[in-house]
Design a protein around this ligand. Structure first.
Ligand SMILES: Nc1ncnc2c1ncn2[C@@H]1O[C@H](COP(=O)(O)OP(=O)(O)O)[C@@H](O)[C@H]1O
Ligand SMILES: [Mg+2]
Length: 254
């Protein structure tokens, strides 16, 4: 499981996250909401292990190992993977080469790429000239090849057109399930029971709730988790009231 205890994270000279507590058990998917600039990306980057996101208090435990100060590559090897909000373009490296590096062998890269509708981009430099939605799908292809146990998704739907949104939702559901079976062929309760992977998904729209059975939702506001609960209820509440109420709860949590 993933355990985050009383985490504080600094970026540059600024304290971005304070007193973050999270616990994601095997098979659980949690949803993170929050306004822009509240620290959502910073939280995922800190869990993944980017050195720019300095952990100044608290700790991160993954599968009973304290990974708070482990480098990013060690965390990836332990089974943590991330789909980035704004991944870079990498000139001189083909998407196919990157996916081959991520793959553990035995994967049919062509088939996975066709499923995500990114097969045309396999022989292009990573993310070069791709639209926002295409980049998101290419990110999912890398994750599919890496097949981590803890999956961190930073706004996987942003920039994805309506035509591809179901495909992205189904791909994330597949990534979070043990079996590679399209979710729409089985009841959601059954899918939930079979899952052993852990997911933490940042979303503004909550689109993923139509595809993945989620266990818990949080609102991150001004660097603190201001509330937690049923993700669909939190989403409805944010849609109705905006994030203004969160400011009040965040002050209390502080
Ligand atoms: N590399 C950085 N250098 C300085 N400030 C940063 C950096 N990355 C993020 N921040 C600041 O940290 C805050 C939280 O950012 P971020 O985690 O990206 O929020 P969110 O993903 O919720 O929109 C913002 O105020 C942002 O400007
Ligand atoms: Mg962000």
């Amino acid at each position: 499981m993933l355990l985050v205890e009383d985490l504080a994270v600094e970026v540059g000279d600024r304290l971005i996250l304070k007193h973050i507590d999270l616990e994601i058990k095997p098979g659980e998917t949690h949803i993170l909401f929050g306004p822009n600039g509240s620290g959502k990306t910073s939280l995922l980057m800190a869990i993944m292990g980017y050195p720019n996101y300095r952990i100044t208090a608290g700790r991160i435990i993954f599968r009973s190992v304290d990974i708070t100060h482990l480098p990013i590559d060690e965390r990836a090897k332990m089974g943590i993977g991330m789909s980035y909000q704004r991944p870079p373009t990498i000139h001189g490296l083909k998407t196919r080469q990157l996916v081959q590096i991520c793959a553990k062998g035995g994967d049919d890269i062509e088939e996975m790429a066709a499923r995500l509708n990114v097969d045309k981009f396999l022989d292009r430099d990573v993310n070069a000239g791709l639209s926002g939605g295409e980049i998101k799908r290419s990110e999912l292809l890398q994750l599919m090849a890496q097949n981590p146990d803890l999956l961190l998704f930073d706004e996987p739907e942003s920039g994805v057109d309506l035509e591809n949104i179901a495909l992205v939702g189904e791909a994330i559901a597949t990534l979070l399930e043990k079996e590679k079976m399209p979710r729409n062929t089985r009841p959601m309760a059954e899918a939930k029971r079979d899952r052993t992977k852990m997911g933490l998904i940042i979303t503004h729209t909550g689109f993923i709730l139509d595809y993945v059975p989620a266990d818990k939702g949080y609102v991150l506001y001004d660097g603190v988790l201001s509330c937690s609960g049923n993700p669909s209820e939190i989403l409805n509440w944010i849609s109705d009231c905006g994030y203004e109420e969160c400011a009040r709860c965040a002050m209390k949590a502080n």
